[in-house]
Write a protein that binds this ligand. Structure first.
Ligand SMILES: [Zn+2]
Length: 305
């Protein structure tokens, strides 16, 4: 089985048929050792069309797509492979209109494919962030051009209508970002996330926003006072995370134009995945996604209800 490729063309050339695609999925999903997805039994038989569990209590049939986001899809795996590659290789992502044209599927199908690819990109086993860490929040939706402080004032005046709040933590040494939707940007919402995601004793940098007050109980908390025009002090700043926010927003406003609050968390997962895997090649990133094939489930009903 070949797993080294230079570009999309090589991938599509090699994965011409379902059998070859399945072979790669088997390798990536089970690291070459297929396990029964129904009961976890490690002894399995290969059949003509996939596998059969050897446990007398189970004996169920399965394949590399059983229990994954690709199960019951009518699309050829080759189309999914193309979609995963295109979505993770393009720095700002790809719209369902563009993906539909590129792969010869309808926009509606492409939209569903992309949402399911994004569900695969979610990091389900994040490691603890540590060392030098930046924290910040941002607002998506409403007037994109408004600056941070102005958006906070606007939210104070109008409430949270039309805006979704995203909270982010960036580990500057590990170059890893975590971002998630939050219901509200206050200490009660933000501080528990920091305590859960960041190792105690780390250096946490934030601006002077009141929600971050009290972080010095568990961390070396360095405040950069943006309100007084301070953006950098002795290496303390939140510029890396702000750079990530601008990528996220350029993508959402530029490629996706807008996205509803309901689906925004998946775009955040998509952008974080690309950021956290930006030092590997496009083809390696594609291969890496396939190891996560069994991590997520997302049905049409869940997406549209
Ligand atoms: Zn079984």
């Amino acid at each position: 089985m070949k797993t080294q490729f230079k570009n999309l063309l090589q991938i599509l050339d090699y994965f011409k048929d379902e059998a070859t695609c399945r072979e790669l999925l088997e390798l990536q999903r089970w690291n070459g050792k297929p396990t029964c997805p129904h009961c976890g039994h490690e002894k399995v038989y290969r059949t003509n069309r996939g596998f059969k569990c050897a446990s007398p209590k189970c004996y169920k049939k399965f394949s590399a797509t059983t229990g994954t986001i690709l199960e019951s899809s009518k699309l050829p795996l080759r189309i999914w492979f193309g979609a995963i590659y295109l979505n993770t290789a393009h720095k700002k992502g790809i719209s369902s209109h563009q993906l539909g044209r590129d792969l010869g599927i309808s926009q509606r199908t492409a939209w569903f494919v992309l949402q399911r690819v994004r569900a695969m990109l979610k990091n389900n086993n994040p490691s603890l962030l540590t060392g030098t860490v930046e924290v910040d929040e941002t607002f998506v939706g409403g007037k994109a051009k408004n600056k941070h402080a102005k958006q906070r004032r606007e939210i104070k005046a109008t409430g949270y209508v039309n805006k979704t709040m995203v909270f982010g933590i960036l580990d500057r040494d590990g170059k890893t970002v975590h971002n998630q939707i939050v219901a509200n940007v206050d200490g009660n919402n933000l501080k528990p996330i920091i305590n859960e995601k960041v190792k105690e004793g780390s250096i946490v940098m934030s601006d002077g926003f009141g929600a971050y007050t009290g972080l010095n109980a568990n961390y070396q908390h360095e405040v950069i006072n943006h309100a007084q025009g301070e953006y950098y002090r002795n290496g303390f700043h939140t510029n890396t995370l702000e750079g990530y926010w601008s990528q996220l927003k350029r993508g959402i406003y530029g490629i996706y134009h807008s996205t509803s609050r309901k689906h925004l968390h998946r775009y955040c997962d998509e952008f974080a995945f690309r950021y956290n895997n930006r030092h590997v090649s496009d083809t390696e990133r594609f291969i890496n996604v396939l190891t996560k094939v069994a991590d997520a489930r997302l049905t049409w009903n869940q997406l549209t209800k």
